[in-house]
Design a protein around this ligand. Structure first.
Ligand SMILES: Cc1ncc(C[n+]2csc(CCOP(=O)(O)OP(=O)(O)O)c2C)c(N)n1
Ligand SMILES: [Mg+2]
Length: 589
C-alpha cells in the first residue's frame, strides 16, 4: 500500500531527527490515533529505543526512569484527551525532581475545539507550572518549515537546563487528517549531524574570595556536612570533611555513604535522643544537594539554627530546600566546585578542628551501628529469623551487586534505607522519586530505569505496588528488562502507624481511612500478570531470591512478608531505645 507524503509526517520526522542529533535516546509511546504522525516518526529511527506503554500515567513515570538511567531527556508521546491528562503526575514528579522529559501530546486542530469533537479537551497549559517551557506550533505548515528544527532542538535545551535545571517541557502538537503519511525531504540540518541549537551552559562556580571568607568564619568550629542526592562526589565531600574535621551525614542517595572515617550513616537513629542531640549540636551545618527524608534530621538542623548555628545550602540549581526557613546562606553552584574551593581555602589557612568534635560523632556512629545490629539480631531471634522492615533496609544494599541500581519508594522503604543501611565500600546507586514524594508510579519508574544497562531492584511497599500495578503490563515483543520488584508487604500503609492518627482514632476507623489494607494478595496479583514470584520471609531467602532474579532479563517480584505495622512501630521503638543507650554511653552524656 502506498502512503502519501504529508507535511505533518515530514514535520514529525524533522522533530525526531533533531532530537536524535541532540542526544535523545529513548521515547515512550502510548497507543492512540491522533499521535500517529509522531509515533510513526519515532519508530522509524534505529537510534531511538521506543518503549510502548499502555497506561499513560505509568508511561510518564517510566520516562522518568529512562531519563534517570540515561541522563538525557526522554520523549513521551500520547494521543489527545484524558491520555494527555494521565501524564500529569509523572510530569509533576519530573518537575520537582529535576528530571528532563519532552512531553508531546497530540491534539486536534484548532477548528475542532469547542465543537464536541471526540477526545478533545483543553490541552493548552495543561501541566501549568509543572513544565519549564511549552510550545504549540499549530498544524504543520510548509511555510514554517524553517523553524521545525529549532523547535525540537530548543525543547531539548529547555528540558536539560530551562527550569533553570533539568525538568519536563511540553509540546502540544495539533495533527489533522490524514494521520498516516510518509515524510518527504526534511529541511536541511546542520553539518555533521549537529543539532540546530546547542548550548554551553554556564556552570556557576563560587568566587574564591567568598569561599575564603566563609572558611574564615567556620574554621575551628563544630560543623557538619549533610549530603543528599546530587550533593557532590564522595572524594570532594570527604576532602572538605578531612580539611575541616567535620563529620559527613550521608544519605544513601548521595552516593557518599561509603566506608570512610568521616561518614555517619545512622544520623536519624543517633539524633532521636534529646540528650544526644544537645551533646552533638553543631555551630555550622552545610546542606549539600537534596534533603533527606528524615524529619528527625530536619528538626535537629532547625533546632540548632534557632540556637544560633549557621545553616548553609549548596544546591546546583539553586532550588529552594528550606521548609523550616533556617538557611541563612545559599550557594547556587556546582557542589564539587564549592567543595574543592572550600577545601583549598581551608588548607591555605592555619587552625585546628574543634576539639573532640569528629571523635564524638565517630563514637556515636560506631555505637549506633553496633546497637542497631544487636537490636536486629534480637528481633530476628525472637521471630525465628523472619525479617523486620528495618532489617530489610539494613541488608538490602549488601545483598544487591554494586553495578545494580536500587529504587526505593515512599514512604517507609526510602526511610528504611536512609535510617538503617550502613556505610559500605561499594554500594549500588540508590534513587527515589522524592520530587513530590508520591507513592505512585514507582514500579513504572523502576521499569524505565531498567532500560539502562544496570539491573534494577525496586524496594516498594505493598500499597505502592498495588497503586502502580499497570507497570506489570508488558507489550508482546517488548525488549526484556532486568527488574526485580521487592515488595515489603506489611498489609497497608506503614507510615501512618507512626502518626498521631494511629493513637487518636479507633483501630477500625484508622485502618479504614489510613492503614487501608487491600484485598488482593501481592503474590497473586503478580502471578496474574504471568510473573514469577518468590517469597522471602528471611534474610537468607531474600539473598537467594535476589541472587536468582537480579540480572535475569525479565521482570520478577520478590515478596517480603513482614510481621505487621503495629509490630513495626514497636521494633523501631526498641532500636531507638537501644541506640540512645549505646550512644549516650559512647559519648559520655
Ligand atoms: C500518590 C500518593 N498518594 C497518596 C500518598 C500518601 N501516602 C503516603 S505513604 C502511603 C502508604 C504507603 O504504603 P506502602 O506503599 O505499603 O508503604 P509502607 O509505608 O507500608 O512501607 C500513602 C498512601 C502519597 N504519598 N502519594
Ligand atoms: Mg505497606
Amino acid at each position: 500500500m502506498s502512503v502519501q507524503t504529508t507535511v505533518q509526517a515530514t514535520f514529525a520526522a524533522t522533530l525526531v531527527d533533531e532530537w536524535v542529533r541532540a542526544g535523545v535516546r529513548d521515547a515512550v509511546v502510548c497507543p492512540g490515533s491522533r499521535s500517529t504522525p509522531l509515533a510513526l516518526a519515532l519508530s522509524e529511527r534505529d537510534e531511538l529505543a521506543v518503549h510502548v506503554r499502555l497506561d499513560e500515567r505509568g508511561a510518564a513515570f517510566f520516562a522518568v526512569g529512562c531519563s534517570l538511567a540515561s541522563g538525557a531527556p526522554t520523549v513521551v508521546c500520547t494521543t489527545s484527551g484524558t491520555a494527555a491528562a494521565e501524564l500529569h503526575a509523572g510530569v509533576v514528579e519530573a518537575h520537582h525532581a529535576g528530571v528532563p522529559l519532552i512531553v508531546c501530546t497530540a491534539d486536534r486542530p484548532p477548528e475542532l475545539h469547542g465543537v464536541g469533537a471526540p477526545q478533545t479537551i483543553e490541552q493548552h497549559n495543561l501541566y501549568a507550572a509543572a513544565v519549564g517551557w511549552s510550545a504549540e506550533p499549530g498544524l504543520a505548515d510548509p511555510a514554517g518549515a524553517a523553524g521545525w528544527r529549532s523547535l525540537a532542538a530548543r525543547s531539548v535545551i529547555e528540558a536539560r537546563f530551562g527550569g533553570p535545571g533539568p525538568g519536563p517541557v511540553h509540546l502540544n502538537l495539533a495533527f489533522g487528517d490524514p494521520l498516516v503519511g510518509s515524510a518527504g525531504a526534511l529541511p536541511p540540518g546542520r553539518a555533521a549531524g549537529a543539532p540546530w541549537h546547542d548550548v554551553r551552559p554556564a556552570r556557576p562556580v563560587p568566587a574564591p574570595a567568598d569561599l575564603a571568607a566563609a572558611i574564615d568564619r567556620w574554621r575551628g568550629r563544630r560543623g557538619l556536612l549533610v549530603v543528599g542526592a546530587d550533593g557532590g562526589s564522595p572524594d570532594h565531600v570527604y576532602g572538605l570533611a578531612e580539611a575541616l574535621g567535620w563529620p559527613v551525614l550521608a544519605d544513601p542517595r548521595s552516593g557518599c555513604r561509603l566506608s570512610h572515617p568521616a561518614v555517619v550513616a545512622a544520623a536519624d537513629a543517633i539524633l532521636r535522643d534529646p540528650a544526644v542531640r544537645a551533646a552533638l549540636a553543631p555551630e555550622v551545618v552545610v546542606l549539600l544537594g537534596a534533603p533527606w527524608a528524615s524529619k528527625v534530621l530536619g528538626s535537629f538542623v532547625a533546632e540548632t539554627a534557632r540556637r544560633g548555628a549557621a545553616v548553609v545550602a549548596v544546591e546546583r540549581w539553586g532550588r529552594w530546600f528550606d521548609p523550616d526557613r533556617v538557611v541563612g546562606e545559599q550557594w547556587p553552584v556546582d557542589p564539587d566546585a564549592w567543595l574543592s574551593g572550600a577545601r583549598q581555602a581551608a588548607l591555605e589557612r592555619d587552625g585546628q578542628p574543634a576539639a573532640d568534635w569528629e571523635k564524638h560523632w565517630r563514637a556515636a556512629e560506631d555505637a549506633a551501628q553496633r546497637a542497631i545490629d544487636a537490636a536486629l539480631d534480637t528481633e530476628s531471634s525472637a521471630r525465628a529469623g523472619a525479617l523486620s522492615e528495618p532489617a530489610v533496609g539494613r541488608r538490602l544494599l549488601e545483598l544487591v551487586p554494586p553495578d545494580a541500581v536500587v529504587l526505593a519508594s515512599s514512604s517507609m522503604p526510602v526511610r528504611d534505607l536512609e535510617w538503617f543501611a550502613p556505610a559500605l565500600s561499594a554500594p549500588p546507586r540508590v534513587v527515589a522519586n522524592r520530587g513530590a514524594n508520591g507513592i505512585d508510579g514507582v514500579c513504572s519508574t523502576a521499569r524505565g530505569l531498567a532500560t539502562g544497562s544496570a539491573p534494577v531492584v525496586a524496594l516498594v511497599g505493598d500499597l505502592a505496588f498495588l497503586h502502580d500495578v499497570s507497570a506489570l503490563v508488558t507489550p508482546v515483543g517488548a525488549r526484556p528488562d532486568s527488574c526485580t520488584i521487592v515488595v515489603v508487604d506489611n498489609g497497608g500503609g506503614g507510615i501512618f502507624n507512626f502518626l498521631p492518627q494511629a493513637a487518636s482514632l479507633s483501630g477500625s476507623r484508622f485502618e479504614a481511612l489510613f492503614g487501608t489494607p487491600q484485598q488482593p494478595d501481592v503474590g497473586d496479583v503478580a502471578r496474574g500478570f504471568g510473573l514469577s514470584v518468590l517469597d522471602a520471609p528471611t534474610e537468607d531467602a531474600l539473598g537467594a531470591a535476589l541472587a536468582e532474579s537480579i540480572g535475569r532479563a525479565t521482570l520478577s517480584v520478590v515478596r517480603v512478608p513482614v510481621p505487621g505495622r503495629i509490630d513495626n512501630v514497636a521494633v523501631h521503638a526498641r532500636i531507638e531505645a537501644a541506640v540512645a543507650t549505646a550512644v549516650r554511653s559512647a559519648i559520655d552524656t
